[in-house]
Design a protein. Structure first.
Length: 721
C-alpha cells in the first residue's frame, strides 16, 4: 500500500502523530505547527491504513468553518465522500443526536433552538411572571447564571443552597425558565449539550450503540473545552474507544467563558495509556519571535511543556517602543504602517492587537486623521458600539428633548419598567397630537393616560433627563459626559452584569470620557456650537466614516482574544502596561494571571516576520489619566531578542497634585517630571526634564502635536493640569 501522500508532506513529529497505533493520543500542537494538517491526515490514515470505516469516525471542532474545512480536506485526501463521518461542532453534533432521538430526550419532534436574543426575551417574560424588576435583575445576568450552571451540568434542583438571597432568586428564575422552555418545546445553546449528555448517560442502550459505532473520536482545540464538552467526549469514548485530542495548553485563553485548562492537563490521567506527542516545529514565525514567546510562557507553572523552533532563521529583533502617551503610541504605529506600505507591503498584512476594546478609539481617530484604511476585526468601531450609542443618546436627549430617536433608544435603557404597551401609548399620542415623544410623554402624564406603574416609571425618566440637563451646565466637556454616564445608570448597569462582555462595555463607556477629555474644540470650526454639540457631531461623523472599495486593503485592529488562529506579517502588540495588560482584574489571582500570560503568548505568535511591542508612560484610559508602569511581561522577555527603538524617558509620578490648574512662573517649584501641562500655542504635553534655576530655568516638554521642545520657564506660561 502506497501511503506516501499521507506522510511525505509531514515532519518527523507530525508523522509520529498521524501514524501512531490506535489509542488515546494527546497532540500538543504549538502555534503555527500544522495541527489541522495532522488531524486531516490522521483521519485518512485511520481509514486507509487501519481500515476504520468512515462511519466509525467522529471529529469535533469549535467552529462550523473549521468543520467544513476538515471535511473538504479529508475528502480530497481520501478521494471519497466523507458523508459517513460525523464532523462538526459540539453543538452541531449534539443537535444531530437530539433530532434523531427526540423522544428519548423528552423533546417534541419539531423542537426549536433559541438564539441568545430569543433566550433573553424569554427570560424577560419569566422575570415579569415572577414580578421581578429588570433593573434589579438584568436579563443578561440571569442568562449568564443559567448558561453557566448548564455548562457545569447542573439543573436548578441540584444547585446547593448557599443561603445567598441573590442565588436563591436566580434559581427561581432558572426553574421557571426551564418549565417555560419545556412547555414551549424550545431549547437554548447550553441545553443542546446538557440534554445530549443526559440522553446518553441515562439511556444505556443508546450509549452502547454510539460507543460501539464511534470507536475513534478526534477533537480540535482541545484546550478550549468546558466541563460538559469534556464529559461528553469521555462518555462517547467509553472504555474501549480512542480519543485523539489536538490542543495547546499555552493557548488556553477562554477561561472567562467556561473553558477549563484542567481538561488538557488531566487528559493523560483520565484516559488510560495516553501517548503525548509534541509538535514544536513552527512554520509561521522567525526565530527571534519564537525565542521571545518561549521565554515568556516558561514563567507559567504546571505546563505540559514544549519549545517552539524554526529552521527559517532568526529574522529581525523584536522592537520595543516606549511612547509618551497613547496618542504618541498610535501615531508611532501609524507612521510605521505608512513606511511598510511605501516599501511595498499590504495593509492587510498588518495587525494592531490590544487587550481592551476601548483602546481602539485612539488608533481609529489617528488612522482616520492620517487617512490610513483600517478595519476593527470581529467587532464594531468605537462610536458604533451599542453602549456608546446608548450614552450618546442620553447626551443628545439632555441637549435636545425633541430628539425622538434618542428618546426611543434610552427610555427603558437601563430597564426601568417602561414596556412596549406604554411606549405604544406615547407613540400614538405623539402621532395624534403631532408632538415629539418627549412632549407626548408629558401629555400622557398630565392626562392620566397611563397606568399608575407606567406613570411612575415615565415620570422618573423625565425627571432624570431634566435634572441631568440642568446639572451639566457649566461643567467641562468631559465632566458633562462623565456626569451623564454616572447618573443615567448606564455605568452601574454594566458594572453589575457578569462576564467579559459586560466588563468591555463598562470600559468602553469609561473610554468615552477619555474621548471627551481629548476632544479638541476649535471655535472657528464650530461656530454657534457648544463643545458638547461639537463632540456629538464629531461622534456622528466618526461613526459615519465608510470603508468602500478603496478601503479593502485595511490594517486589522482587534483584541488579543479575537486574534487567536490568525497570523500577520507585522504585528503591533500595544498597551503593555500593568493594570491594562495584564488586566487589573487578573493581577491578584495566579490562575488568571497565567491566562493573561498565555494571551500575551498568543499575541506574540501571531507575527510571521516582525513584532513590535509598545507601552505608554502616561495613558488616559477609562476616563482617567494614569502614570503607567511597563507590563511585567516585557521584563519576562529575553534581552537578546529585544531592541528598544528609543531610550525610554525617565518619567516618575509627580510629587504634588494640583486640584486646580496653576501657572508655572519663574521657578521650578510645583513642577515635576511626568507632569501634564498645557501651553497656549503648543497645547498639552508631558514634562520630560528641567534644568537651571531662577530666570534661567528651562523645561523640556513633549507636546502631543508639536513634539519635544525646550522652553524658558519664566516666559512659557505653562498651566499644570
Amino acid at each position: 500500500m502506497d501511503i506516501s501522500d499521507l506522510l511525505d508532506e509531514l515532519n518527523t513529529a507530525q508523522r509520529e502523530a498521524v501514524s501512531a497505533p490506535p489509542g488515546n493520543i494527546l497532540v500538543l500542537a504549538g502555534a503555527g505547527s500544522g495541527k489541522t494538517r495532522v488531524l486531516v491526515h490522521r483521519i485518512a490514515w485511520l481509514v486507509r491504513v487501519e481500515q476504520v470505516s468512515p462511519y466509525g469516525v467522529m471529529a469535533v471542532t469549535f467552529t462550523n468553518k473549521a468543520a467544513q474545512e476538515m471535511r473538504q480536506r479529508t475528502e480530497a485526501l481520501l478521494g471519497i465522500p466523507a458523508a459517513g463521518m460525523w464532523v462538526g461542532t459540539f453543538h452541531g453534533i449534539s443537535h444531530r443526536l437530539l433530532r434523531q432521538h427526540w423522544q428519548e430526550a423528552g423533546l417534541p419532534q419539531a423542537f426549536q433552538i433559541l438564539d441568545a436574543q430569543d433566550q433573553q426575551r424569554l427570560i424577560k417574560r419569566v422575570l415579569k411572571s415572577l414580578e421581578l424588576d429588570e433593573s434589579r435583575w438584568p436579563p443578561k445576568q440571569a442568562a449568564w447564571f443559567i448558561n453557566s450552571r448548564k455548562e457545569e451540568g447542573v439543573r436548578p434542583g441540584n444547585i446547593p443552597d448557599s443561603g445567598d438571597l441573590t442565588t436563591r432568586q436566580l434559581i427561581r428564575v432558572y426553574t421557571v425558565y426551564e418549565e417555560m422552555c419545556n412547555r414551549m418545546g424550545v431549547i437554548d445553546f447550553a441545553e443542546l449539550l446538557l440534554r445530549t449528555l443526559e440522553l446518553l448517560r441515562d439511556n444505556e442502550a443508546l450509549l452502547t450503540h454510539y460507543q460501539q459505532r464511534f470507536r475513534h473520536v478526534l477533537v480540535d482545540e482541545f484546550q478550549d473545552t468546558n466541563s460538559i464538552q469534556y464529559a461528553l467526549l469521555r462518555l462517547i469514548a467509553g472504555k474501549n474507544g480512542f480519543v485523539f485530542a489536538v490542543g495547546d495548553d499555552d493557548q488556553s485563553i477562554y477561561g472567562w467563558r467556561g473553558a477549563r485548562i484542567e481538561n488538557i492537563q488531566y487528559f493523560s490521567k483520565d484516559l488510560p495509556n495516553t501517548q503525548i506527542i509534541r509538535l514544536e516545529q513552527n512554520y509561521r514565525s522567525t526565530g527571534n519571535i519564537l525565542k521571545a514567546a518561549n521565554c515568556l510562557i516558561n514563567k507559567n507553572q504546571g505546563r505540559l511543556g514544549k519549545e517552539l523552533w524554526t529552521d527559517s532563521g532568526d529574522g529581525q529583533l523584536v522592537d520595543l517602543y516606549a511612547a509618551y502617551n497613547e496618542i504618541d503610541e498610535a501615531r508611532f504605529v501609524a507612521e510605521r504602517v505608512q513606511q511598510w506600505v511605501e516599501g511595498g507591503g499590504k495593509r492587510s498584512e498588518v495587525a494592531i492587537l490590544y487587550r481592551s476594546n476601548a483602546q481602539s478609539r485612539v488608533f481609529e481617530e489617528t488612522f482616520i486623521a492620517m487617512q490610513i484604511p483600517y478595519r476593527v476585526y470581529g467587532g464594531l468601531r468605537f462610536f458604533e458600539r451599542a453602549e456608546i450609542k446608548d450614552a450618546l443618546a442620553y447626551i443628545r436627549l439632555c441637549v435636545n428633548h425633541e430628539d425622538d430617536a434618542s428618546f426611543e433608544r434610552i427610555v427603558n435603557q437601563p430597564p426601568r419598567g417602561i414596556g412596549e404597551r406604554t411606549l405604544d401609548m406615547i407613540r400614538a399620542t405623539a402621532r395624534d397630537q403631532e408632538l415629539s415623544q418627549w412632549r407626548a410623554a408629558l401629555h400622557c402624564m398630565q392626562t392620566d393616560s397611563l397606568s399608575n406603574r407606567a406613570m411612575v416609571a415615565v415620570q422618573v425618566f423625565v425627571q432624570l433627563i431634566e435634572r441631568l440637563s440642568e446639572q451639566i451646565q457649566g461643567l467641562a466637556l468631559f465632566e458633562q459626559v462623565d456626569h451623564i454616564l454616572q447618573l443615567s445608570g448606564l455605568l452601574e448597569h454594566h458594572t453589575t452584569e457578569k462576564g467579559e462582555k459586560a466588563q468591555t462595555r463598562k470600559e468602553n463607556l469609561e473610554e468615552l470620557v477619555s474621548a471627551a477629555r481629548a476632544f479638541e474644540y476649535e471655535v472657528e470650526e464650530n461656530e454657534n456650537l457648544t463643545p458638547l454639540d461639537a463632540f456629538l457631531a464629531h461622534a456622528v461623523l466618526e461613526s459615519g466614516e465608510t470603508q468602500g472599495d478603496a478601503w479593502e486593503d485595511c490594517v486589522q485592529m482587534m483584541t488579543l482574544h479575537s486574534a487567536k488562529g490568525l497570523e500577520f506579517q507585522q504585528v503591533y502588540l500595544c498597551g503593555l502596561e500593568e493594570g491594562l495588560f495584564p488586566h487589573q482584574m487578573s493581577m491578584e489571582e495566579p490562575g488568571r494571571l497565567e491566562e493573561e500570560r498565555r494571551l500575551c503568548y498568543v499575541g506574540i505568535t501571531r507575527a510571521r516576520q516582525h513584532l513590535v511591542l509598545s507601552f505608554a508612560e502616561n495613558r488616559r484610559l477609562h476616563g482617567r489619566e494614569n502614570f503607567c508602569v511597563p507590563s511585567r511581561f516585557i521584563g519576562e522577555l529575553p534581552a537578546g531578542q529585544i531592541q528598544e527603538i528609543r531610550p525610554r524617558a525617565m518619567v516618575s509620578r509627580p510629587i504634588t497634585h494640583h486640584s486646580r490648574p496653576s501657572r508655572l512662573g519663574g521657578s521650578t517649584e510645583g513642577i515635576n517630571v511626568g507632569q501634564r501641562v498645557t501651553h497656549q500655542k503648543f497645547g498639552e504635553g508631558i514634562v520630560l526634564n528641567y534644568e537651571g534655576h531662577g530666570s534661567h530655568a528651562r523645561v523640556q516638554v513633549n507636546f502631543e502635536k508639536a513634539g519635544s521642545k525646550w522652553l524658558v520657564l519664566s516666559y512659557a506660561n505653562l498651566t499644570v493640569l
